[in-house]
Design a protein around this ligand. Sequence first.
Ligand SMILES: Nc1ncnc2c1ncn2[C@@H]1O[C@H](COP(=O)(O)OP(=O)(O)O)[C@@H](O)[C@H]1O
Ligand SMILES: [Mg+2]
Length: 307
Amino acid sequence: MKVAILHHDLEWTEKELKRILKEKFNADVELFDIRRVVLEDFKSFNPDLILNRVYASVANRDYTSLKKTLSLLRSLDETFLIVNSFNASLSDYSKAHSFNLMKSVNIRTPNTKLYDENYDIQSNILGLGNFPLIVKRDTGGRGIGLRKCNTLEEIEQAVNNIKSSEDYTGGIIFQEFHSPIEGYDYRVWIVGGEVILYHKRTLISSNGEAPWLASRSLGSKILPPEVSIPEDLKEFSKAAAESIGAEFDVLDIIKTGTGYSVIEHNPTPNVRPEYEGILGFNVLEKLIDSIRKKYLKMEVLLDGSNN
Ligand SMILES: Nc1ncnc2c1ncn2[C@@H]1O[C@H](COP(=O)(O)OP(=O)(O)O)[C@@H](O)[C@H]1O
Ligand SMILES: [Mg+2]
């Protein structure tokens, strides 16, 4: 099989995907840097599958590349199999967009509003309920610019902080805070509508509050699940991934006093080397295997280039 990896920076996940594709699946792999690639490059390579990994490394610092990715995907979608496609990527790059899609099919997730500069902060947050409220970048990315705010002043500061970042020209969102009742969240991996794996992440907090934040850089740990995925979490996750049209999605879900809530969709997740030791298998190998079995044409699967 021929696989194109569309990327920005090459981080561990992209390099590992390439290695596994070549070594385990005997694939012909080419890398395409979003900053230089043109449509014709894909046409001449003619891949069976395009893995779109652009968001992974630059979500929070190269908005121009995200916009270029979307316009490229729109053209490529007609001809090629892309994971993830144009539609799913829209939700990857905009939390407000994914909120609207989830809301339209009643998937529980924090109520969200996109900041409108024409109105003051008070009018912007109208309808979101009591403090605390979450302020973050619409595109997200490694928690940059994320603040949990308890006053209007804090919200104003959080907004100004995002506005002043030179490399970000996207939207800002305000969100209801959903309070987790467990000390961890769930990360549920879905390919083609089926759960392929799940695990937990410990939540952390600063200044003595109850743990609420999943942040690897601040110390959240990956935990293996003790049991197979609960049926209600499985059905909730499948419906959530379907609502944004994702071929592949990693959902961040918490349990609240009134049920599960989707905190975020990650159609372009990052993986770290320690996953394999903790979970006991290679997550990226499982991912590639699930994608090829679900989406690749039989003649590609049988062409002898996989084991
Ligand atoms: N509305 C919210 N309610 C509760 N926790 C939240 C909310 N928004 C974000 N968080 C916490 O902050 C983390 C980072 O936010 P997220 O939306 O995933 O942004 P990013 O795209 O930067 O990863 C989440 O994993 C979650 O722990
Ligand atoms: Mg996140």
